[in-house]
Design a protein around this ligand. Sequence first.
Ligand SMILES: Nc1ncnc2c1ncn2[C@@H]1O[C@H](COP(=O)(O)OP(=O)(O)O)[C@@H](O)[C@H]1O
Ligand SMILES: [Mg+2]
Length: 192
Amino acid sequence: MIEPGATALLGPSGAGKSTLLRLLNRLAEPESGTVQFRGQDVRTLDVLDLRRRACLVPQLPALLPGSVVDNVRYGPRLAGRRADVRGALGLAGLGAPYAEREAGRLSVGEQQRVMLARALALEPRVLLLDEPTSALDEETSAGIERTLWDLQERLAVSTVLVTHDRGLAARLATRVVQLREGRLLATRATVM
Ligand SMILES: Nc1ncnc2c1ncn2[C@@H]1O[C@H](COP(=O)(O)OP(=O)(O)O)[C@@H](O)[C@H]1O
Ligand SMILES: [Mg+2]
């Protein structure tokens, strides 16, 4: 049971952290057991709708060809909605001038923020963040961490944050779930 709020999934490489995130929005299917989202078996939900409500930001940026604004509009357009591009970019820590930039030419840190903006444009209830800072240098990583902190303060969005960084988990999450070799080792609350 993952409660509303900020949860960190902590564990060494290969522990099953990414797999657990993927189970939560049906990018993977369990061999046994069921996954429920707000009390409903995820298999009974429309899969695209589920992925908009529980939106995964992968470990490495994977942007579509085109501009930043093309990328941010893409998901909401599929859902027949208009995106608040400026709002999403702002929340992801990108100023309005980024909108027209070519997504593929941005730095990895900037691309990671565009991935975040894409997710936020869907107005998800849950953000599934897979090691959002692991590909980044210390300074860029600290910037993303501040952005994630602000999001949690400003939006009614729950986060499930995968990391192997205990410090990051303690700073950003109120609960830490520890995984090892595909099994749950411990769950504990962190002191904020
Ligand atoms: N669909 C799958 N079926 C079986 N094994 C898988 C599947 N997906 C991933 N794995 C394996 O599960 C283990 C955990 O992978 P992963 O969740 O990516 O770990 P982590 O993100 O904690 O580093 C790895 O050994 C991986 O090869
Ligand atoms: Mg992983």
